[in-house]
Design a protein. Structure first.
Length: 113
């Protein structure tokens, strides 16, 4: 693992474990997840917080930026995107630098991907 990947993984893990800390990033749910109701949403968020099943298949760059899980018979994905703090329409040039990067985590039904 490179130093950059280690730093990105640590930042991603901090946000994953503290999804409501807006200084770490923004959390989004898709319409499909929200349609299952607030209890489902809460359990989906709790599952992401506890997620630690990173493998070479779901984490090839060792950044802890994607995961999948099953909840109530539904397959869900979560993923992180990195946006520039200077222009949120652009991707971040350096996701290892929180001063240049806004993280956005989306939790979605697999069928919405």
């Amino acid at each position: 693992m490179t130093d950059t990947a280690t730093r990105i993984a640590a930042l991603n893990d901090a946000f994953r474990k503290n999804p409501f800390n807006r200084s770490l990033g923004k959390l989004y749910m898709t319409a499909g997840v929200n349609a299952h109701g607030p209890e489902f949403v809460a359990r989906a968020i709790a599952t992401v917080i506890a997620f630690d099943a990173f493998t070479n298949d779901n984490d090839p760059h060792l950044e802890h930026d994607f995961g999948s899980f099953d909840l109530d018979g539904e397959k869900l994905f979560w993923k992180l995107d990195y946006y520039s703090t200077d222009d949120p329409d652009l991707g971040s040039e350096d996701p290892s630098d929180p001063s240049k990067t806004e993280r956005a985590r989306t939790i979605m039904l697999a069928e919405e991907y």
